[in-house]
Design a binder for this molecule. Sequence first.
Ligand code: GUN
Length: 295
Amino acid sequence: MAYQLLNGKEISAQIKSEIAEEVRQIIRNGGKQPHLAAILIGNDGASETYVAHKIKACEQAGFKSSLFRFKENISEQKLLDKIKEINADDNIDGLIVQLPLPEHISEEKVIETVDPKKDVDGFHPVNAGRMTLGLPTYIPATPKGILELLKRNNIEISGKHCVIIGRSNIVGKPLSILLSQKNETGNATVTLCHSRTKNLKEISLQADILIAAIGKKEFLTADMVKKDAIVIDVGIHRVKSDKTKSGWKLKGDVKFGEVAGKCSYITPVPGGVGPMTIVSLLQNTLAASKKEIYG
Ligand code: GUN
């Protein structure tokens, strides 16, 4: 059976236009334009690209956005003060601090300083706790985007064996909780694999839905995938290429060329999970501006 691509680019464009229509309606009715603030520290190439995509998506959806840039050597206190200032700004609905942070800044302190009401990344312990309990909250953008991608392709999750490779706080861990939750985007049997998993291949071969979120280029090979599995690739790795104008191209955590032929569905890189992540952030920001979660 030929595989089908899970086209995140197309679906995210569709969702973005739905959001843009809703924003036009809100503004027509005299409501507030959603406003996302982003803090970017330093000049990491990947972070620059991600934040640029987020800002561009805000424009496309009719949101206001504010980008606050700081040098790599900003003090932790200055950064925390800026976060508090944004927390107190009634015009700003959502705030993200792009990760990773420089080593001298505590990620934990930064995340805990963001007001949970504005934490559209869903990283604050209050929001992570609410997610774990199945309460209304901001779901982290990448897991949320993956669930939406499956839903919009009518892929049943209930009863499936989902194997996740990678236990990060941003992707693997929240996804393992969401997929096992007793609700319409859950009810799966979940196995969370990581760097200490001994029999990884034996487990991955049992997966109906296999999610590679390990951060290692082309880690997942065909011999690790069951025939007709659904494969979700969360990885983004830049590699040099003399075949593209930019001089580089993107690869995922999956060795697409050999894995795709074994799958029923697979996400491409780029154009799979990445654009779904961005649109999920827009959905969370819209929810924040409508005060859907915290009133
Ligand atoms: N770095 C990598 N992914 C993310 C994300 O989803 N949010 C933020 N703030 N930083 C990231």
